[in-house]
Design a binder for this molecule. Structure first.
Ligand code: C2E
Ligand code: MG
Ligand code: MG
Length: 555
């Protein structure tokens, strides 16, 4: 036997009540009330436990009709089936009772077997309906689950063939982190709060669901969604007291072609949302075909990258760096290129960000570092003048590769002086995770490598960063150089920056130098090195080797 279900009897006549209790108590746990008001009070406490109500009609304080009306006003209580038991047995009485929402009607006097049957059947019916109900809703948020959301959307689109709708897909940025830091329970709470906000925002006309984890979807009318975009607090700061910064990104798919399956519509909405992941100021993205092509391109790049590395499709180019005082090449930066058999020449601007997202970058970078060490050894063995080569290090390398160990073992393997290897770490990596980077940089410098901060001035800059860290070289970003050198001397920051860097014993490289005027200005500002198209573009290794073997001063 399972647990006993709970029933509530509402009956003012004590004899009737006792008779009913006598019939039901062997199989059920029975609570009793003398009138509607008392029954409502009991329900306040036991609303989730009561499986069925048996109620009289004529009662003092609150009669059965009023009681049933009150039940119907409450969405949860209205789900509890009510059997009405009265003296009257006319068709009118029965209809009046059913009209007020009763599930069944039994005239007195009581017939125990019939009562037990009806009660059992109604409870069974209600529980199977509740099961279906549960399957439709997501347990945590009470939003629709995936399958049911699809179904509801299909129904709505069929009912309203001319309506203009959008599907909005959204997730909580870095939700995994919320779970990791605050625990699952708090994570669940955030999801519930976000679900409440979403449900309230889209209103009764919209349809919303939760897929797995932190992925929410909505169907909304197009004009309503556009209005919401202006109102919603995108950065849901303070959603939860403990969480200061819950950020949502919203991807919007405008439904124009209704033959697209609803699940693909949702995929596209999510695709749009993930296209703006980690961007500081963009919270909305609308799906279009160019986005789709971009994502498809990203997928195809991801699917061929391993093979490309195996087949040595990646080539390392060298862009010379010039010493401004002597005018001679004094080193170079290694820049990777991808020569794909079908797609042809590809620039790192296209594939590096993808590799940073999909986790391939450490593999490619280690390959590049090894190629550079091999080259340096070859130049040493063939008597070519040796100049340092800068290699780029992505943020993921710092976390996934033991940089110092890897680089030390490479320089040992190829018998390369670590001082010939310059390590470029981009400025944004310093800004985001200063402590790890500071440790890595010190370890690398102790091992004899030269460390450069790349892209300085590109947006995250803090002068404190330069002085709080032991570095060797700072590389001024191309955009910074272009913008600042276009200003008159007394307005430009370049001179001050160079002077400051020199005070803390840093050398300065200006990147992306394209004109003679820029070169002249940088000379007067005492810049140490320049790199840019004015002097040379990135070139294949053999070409670079020929250049340094001669190394005529430029300008
Ligand atoms: P970066 O490290 O800041 O490299 C400088 C970029 O500026 C290079 O673009 C270079 O070709 C370009 N450049 C240099 N002088 C000029 C100029 O005068 N005018 C113009 N318009 N551009 C100039 P590239 O080779 O396309 O590389 C882009 C970025 O890709 C690099 O920026 C770097 O962040 C990344 N990257 C390149 N190779 C690697 C690599 O092997 N590993 C990693 N992790 N990143 C790499
Ligand atoms: Mg660089
Ligand atoms: Mg740079």
């Amino acid at each position: 036997m399972g647990i006993k279900r709970k029933l509530l009897i509402v009956e003012d006549n004590i004899i009737n009540r006792m008779m009913l209790e006598g019939i039901l108590e062997p199989e059920y746990e029975v609570l009793s009330a003398e009138h509607g008001q008392e029954a409502l009070d009991i329900l306040k406490e036991h609303r989730n436990e009561i499986s069925l109500i048996l109620s009289d009609i004529m009662m003092p304080v609150m009669d059965g009709y009023t009681f049933m009306d009150r039940l119907r006003e409450d969405p949860e209580l209205s789900l509890i089936p009510v059997i009405v038991m009265t003296q009257g047995n006319s068709e009118e009485d029965e209809l009046a009772v059913l009209d007020h929402g009763a599930a069944d009607y039994l005239p007195k006097p009581y017939r125990p077997k019939i009562i037990l049957h009806r009660v059992a059947n109604l409870i069974k019916l209600r529980e199977s309906a509740a099961m279906i109900n549960q399957l439709q809703y997501d347990r945590l948020t009470r939003l629709y689950n995936k399958e049911f959301f699809f179904k509801k959307v299909q129904e709505r689109l069929a009912q309203d063939p001319n309506g203009e709708y959008v599907i909005v897909g959204s997730n909580i940025e870095n939700f995994k982190l919320v779970n990791d830091v605050f625990g699952r329970k708090e994570g669940d709470r955030v999801i519930q709060e976000v679900a409440d906000i979403i449900a309230a925002t889209i209103g009764s006309d919209g349809i919303c669901g939760r897929f797995e984890a932190d992925r929410f979807v909505m169907l909304q009318r197009k004009d309503k969604e556009q209005a919401d975009r202006r109102n919603v607090n995108f950065n849901m700061t303070g959603v939860s007291s403990q969480l200061k910064n819950v950020t949502m990104r919203w991807g919007i798919y405008e439904i124009s072609d209704r033959t697209v399956p609803v699940d693909s519509m949702c995929d596209r909405a999510f695709m749009a949302a993930s296209s703006i992941k980690n961007q500081y100021s963009r919270f909305f993205a609308v799906y279009d075909d160019s986005l789709r092509n971009k994502m498809l391109r990203e997928q195809s790049i991801t699917s061929v990258m391993d093979k490309a590395l195996e087949e040595k499709q990646f080539l390392v180019y060298f862009q010379p760096k010039y010493d401004l005082r002597t005018g001679k090449a004094a080193g170079s930066e290694a820049l990777v290129r991808w020569i794909h058999p079908e797609w042809g020449f590809m620039s790192p601007g296209e594939f590096i960000p993808i590799f940073e997202r999909n986790g391939f970058i450490p593999k490619l970078d280690q390959y590049v570092w090894e190629r550079i060490c091999m080259r340096l050894k070859q130049w040493k063995d063939t008597g070519c003048p040796l100049h340092p080569v800068s290699v780029n290090v992505s943020r993921a390398d710092v976390f996934q590769v033991n940089l110092k160990e890897t680089l030390v073992s490479l320089t040992k393997k190829y018998d390369v002086d670590p001082a010939l290897l310059h390590i470029e770490i981009t400025e944004s990596a310093y800004a985001e995770t200063p402590n790890q980077i500071i440790d890595t940089v010190s370890a690398l410098r102790e091992a004899g490598f030269i460390v450069e901060m790349d892209d300085f001035g590109s947006g995250y800059s803090s002068l404190n960063m330069l002085s709080s860290m032991s570095l060797d070289i700072v590389k001024l970003d191309m955009k910074f150089i272009t913008n600042e050198l276009a200003k008159p001397d007394d307005k430009s920051l370049v001179g001050d920056l160079i002077a400051m860097a020199h005070r803390i014993k840093l050398k300065v490289v200006a990147e992306g130098v394209e004109t003679k005027e820029q070169v002249e200005r940088l000379k007067t500002l005492d810049c140490d090195y320049v790199q840019g198209y004015y002097f040379a573009k990135p070139m294949p290794a053999d070409e670079y080797e020929a250049l340094i073997r001669v190394n005529e001063p430029k300008d």
